[in-house]
Design a protein around this ligand. Structure first.
Ligand SMILES: [Cu+2]
Length: 366
C-alpha cells in the first residue's frame, strides 16, 4: 500500500513539475504577451477616459484576453479538465440522449467566470458517441430562463419540427437515425443563434462508421473549439456575452473543450507508436480552427468528416465553424506535442493543448 501511495505522490509531484514547465514553455510567453496587450489596451482606454469619451469602451472593444486570476497556475492545476476521451457507444438499436439546459456560471480560464447557458451544466455539452445505423432519441429539457432548442448536424430531419424552440420548463423529444458517419456539431438554434452558441450551447456527436470501419486507434479524443466574448474580465464577477465583440469577431478567449489551456496543464496522453485519433468540431460561433499538431504530420485526415476517404501526410487542416474533421497521428518519439489551431491568435487566447507521448524528460513520469 505504501509503495502505491508513494507512487501516487511521485506522480502528483511530477505532474506539478510538468504543469510548471509546460505552462512555462508553451503558454506563459503567449499568455504574457496577451496580458501585455490587454494591459496596454486597458491603459489606452484609461488615457482616453482622462481626455474624452473612452473610445475603446464606447465601441465595446476592451480586450480581456489573457487576463486571469493571480494564482492562475494553481487554479488550472486544481481544476478537473473537461473529459477529452471519446466515450463508449451505448448498446442497443436506440440511444437515449437526455440533456437538460441550465443557466450556469462556468470557468473558461483560470479564475475567469462566465454566465453561460449549458447543456448538462457545462460548455461544451457532453460528447455523444453512437454507431452509424443506431437511432438517436433526443430529449431536451429547458430549465433555463428563456426558450432554447437543439440542432443536431448529424440529423436529416425537418428542422421546423425537431429543432423548434422549447419553452421554459418544457421538454422536446425527437428521434433521428445516424445515417452519416463522422463528427458533428450539435447546438442551440434559437435566435439569435450567435448569442446562444457564444453562451456555451454546443457539443459534439461522433457517429462511428459501421459500413466502412476506421483503422484501429489506440487513443481517441474529442476536441471542441469555441471562442468567448466577454463584457468584463470575469475575475471579480462572472462576465457575460458581449454582442458588439461577437459581431466584430473579437474574442477574449478561444478554447478546446471550454477552458483555455486545460490540456497544457493536464495533457492528453499516448504511448510511443500509438495511433491517436482526434475527433474535432469547430463550434465557433464564428471562428474556424486550423488543426495542427506541432512536431508531427497528420497521418490520416478525414476532411469535412467525409469518412469515405482520408488524406495522408497533411500538415494543417481547416475545420470550419459548424464543421468537423477526424485526424490520426502516430508518434514514435516521446515528447510534448502541442495540439492547436495554427491561426495563432487563437493560441494566444487559449486554444492549445499538449499530447504527451510516453514519459518525456522534464515531463515527469516513473
Ligand atoms: Cu439556446
Amino acid at each position: 500500500m505504501k509503495t502505491i501511495g508513494i507512487a501516487i505522490l511521485v506522480a502528483l509531484l511530477s505532474l506539478a513539475a510538468l504543469v510548471g514547465t509546460t505552462m512555462a514553455v508553451v503558454s506563459a510567453d503567449v499568455a504574457r504577451e496577451a496580458k501585455d496587450d490587454a494591459e496596454s489596451a486597458t491603459k489606452s482606454a484609461g488615457r482616453a477616459a482622462q481626455t474624452a469619451a473612452p473610445a475603446a469602451e464606447a465601441d465595446g472593444l476592451v480586450s480581456y484576453a489573457g487576463q486571469t486570476a493571480e494564482n492562475a497556475e494553481e487554479l488550472a492545476a486544481q481544476r478537473e479538465p473537461f473529459p477529452p476521451e471519446l466515450p463508449p457507444i451505448p448498446e442497443g438499436d436506440v440511444v437515449d440522449v437526455e440533456l437538460t439546459l441550465k443557466d450556469v456560471v462556468v470557468e473558461i480560464a483560470p479564475g475567469v467566470e462566465y454566465n453561460a447557458w449549458g447543456f448538462e451544466g457545462g460548455a461544451p455539452g457532453p460528447a455523444i458517441h453512437v454507431r452509424e445505423g443506431q437511432k438517436v432519441q433526443i430529449a431536451l429539457t429547458n430549465d433555463g430562463t428563456i426558450p432554447h432548442s437543439i440542432d443536431f448536424h448529424a440529423a436529416r430531419i425537418a428542422p421546423d419540427r425537431a429543432f423548434r424552440d422549447v419553452d421554459v420548463g418544457e421538454t422536446i423529444t425527437y428521434t433521428f437515425e445516424a445515417t452519416d458517419p463522422g463528427v458533428f456539431m450539435y447546438h442551440c438554434g434559437t435566435k439569435p443563434v450567435l448569442a446562444h452558441i457564444a453562451n456555451g450551447m454546443y457539443g459534439a456527436i461522433v457517429v462511428e462508421p459501421a459500413e466502412q470501419p476506421l483503422p484501429k486507434a489506440d487513443r481517441e479524443y474529442v476536441l471542441v473549439s469555441s471562442e468567448w466574448y466577454l463584457t468584463g474580465s470575469g475575475i471579480d464577477e462572472p462576465a457575460s456575452y458581449d454582442v458588439t465583440k461577437a459581431h466584430a469577431v473579437i474574442p477574449d478567449w478561444v478554447t478546446w473543450n471550454g477552458y483555455a489551456g486545460q490540456y497544457v496543464t493536464h495533457p492528453l496522453t499516448a504511448d510511443p507508436g500509438d495511433t491517436v485519433r482526434f475527433w474535432v468540431v469547430a463550434a465557433g460561433p464564428s471562428l474556424d480552427t486550423d488543426f495542427h499538431v506541432v512536431g508531427t504530420i497528420l497521418d490520416r485526415a478525414w476532411v469535412n468528416q467525409d469518412m469515405s476517404k482520408y488524406q495522408s501526410g497533411v500538415q494543417t487542416v481547416g475545420v470550419p465553424a459548424g464543421g468537423g474533421a477526424v485526424f490520426d497521428v502516430r508518434i514514435d518519439e516521446p515528447g510534448l506535442y502541442p495540439v492547436l489551431s495554427h491561426s495563432f491568435a487563437s493560441v494566444d487566447m487559449g486554444q492549445v493543448g499538449l499530447l504527451k507521448v510516453g514519459n518525456p524528460k522534464g515531463a515527469g513520469g516513473h
